[in-house]
Design a protein around this ligand. Structure first.
Ligand code: NAD
Length: 338
């Protein structure tokens, strides 16, 4: 069956595409005209590329036509430097355009999997309860999170109004292993002092939390390469959940295919939470870098998301750990350097 994957050229989309192709499903990939991941997709057998933009409904019609299932990953992301207007246009209005294109094309996919985010739960303070499961209130403290709530609600409304079967998945923060050792990448800026300073200084609209982080990091800017660990004023460092993109993709495809997933939402997280102090310590030892601790009033509290429902219903079985991802990426870099 042809599966349309929006955002197929992105971090998670490539793994979703690989998994679908490995089980023989033809993939139709929706890509932006200037998408940097396009060359990778073009080299995959059994992948048809369709150019389109979520903001442009007419461009989505040929993409949805005849698709037996749809995985909707394309979005503007906070970690890619997106701003509120872009989140609204791509994630809220764009998801509406995709759903309306399905409705108007006469296609009747067996399933539409909407990839949301655990940002829907993040109200700014600590969680209402922990671990955060699917019954946690959705009280986003970011426009990005609000656009994901909007996308979820639009999809469920299209299911009720037009009989389009949908499934919602809410991944935790998700990285490729090599991103954990790349100072210049999205995740490097959460760990390398110099990279965080560069990212925040370049951002068009840095948040209050980012401005506080920038002020705390600047005194360390000239001390040579270093990693940073965030502590709250009581010296506590956080426990968090971070997915390997391969695990997240397996969870998404599992949700797409499972008959009991219609109308349901699933958190898709890692095998176990990790301590940020453990990850930074491990990375520092492996790279021979010091780790400085910065104290922030606005330090993000521990954030532990439960994937128990996905494990029980879908058989979701994430395999990787953050320290294992670091080791794997360093081994791959060593191999590549030989
Ligand atoms: N990576 C994470 O930490 C994380 C965590 C939770 C949820 N998610 C969600 O998972 C999905 C995939 O994320 P990812 O990490 O692979 O991100 P990514 O940025 O690597 O991929 C997103 C893809 O969407 C495409 N895209 C962006 N705007 C578009 C538009 N207006 N029209 C068409 N295509 C557009 C991009 O070109 C890219 O290929 C997103 O919906 C994201 O919100 C990601």
């Amino acid at each position: 069956m042809t599966v349309l994957v929006t955002g197929a050229a992105g971090r998670i989309g490539r793994h979703v595409t690989r998994i679908l192709r490995a089980s023989g499903d033809p993939v139709r990939a929706l890509v932006l005209p200037d998408d940097p991941g396009r060359a990778w997709l073009a080299a995959q057998a059994g992948v048809e590329i369709v150019e389109g933009r979520l903001e442009d409904r007419a461009s989505l019609v040929p993409a949805v036509r005849g698709a037996r299932a749809i995985v909707h990953l394309a979005a503007a992301l906070t970690s890619r430097g997106g701003i509120d207007d872009e989140f609204f246009a791509a994630n809220a209005a764009g998801t509406y355009h995709l759903l309306a294109a399905i409705r108007d094309s006469g296609s009747r996919p067996d399933r539409v999997c909407i990839v949301s985010s655990d940002a829907v739960y993040w109200g700014g303070g600590g969680p209402a309860f922990s671990p955060v499961d699917e019954t946690h209130p959705r009280i986003p403290a970011s426009v990005y999170g609000a656009t994901k709530v909007a996308a979820e609600e639009l999809a469920l409304t299209f299911q009720r109004a037009y009989g389009i079967p949908v499934t919602i998945v809410r991944p935790s923060a998700t990285a490729d292993a090599e991103e954990l050792i790349d100072p210049d990448g999205v995740f490097g800026s959460r760990m390398w002092v110099a990279s965080a300073i560069r990212r925040i200084e370049a951002h068009r609209a840095p948040s209050a939390a980012d401005r506080e982080l920038l002020a705390a990091l600047r005194p360390h800017a000239d001390a040579g390469p270093a990693l940073y660990l965030v502590a709250d004023p009581d010296g506590r460092t956080a426990i968090s959940t971070l997915n390997d993109a391969r695990d997240a993709a397996a969870g998404i495809v599992g949700a797409l295919r499972h008959p009991l997933a219609v109308g349901e939402a699933f958190n898709i997280g890692p095998a176990a939470p990790y301590a940020e102090a453990e990850l930074l310590g491990h990375l520092g030892r492996r790279l021979g870098l010091p780790v400085v601790t910065v104290t922030l009033e606005g330090a993000r509290p521990s954030w532990i998301v439960s994937s128990a429902k996905a494990r029980a219903v879908l058989g979701y079985a994430p395999e990787r750990s953050v320290t294992g991802m670091v080791d794997e990426a360093l081994a791959a870099r060593g191999e590549a350097g030989r």
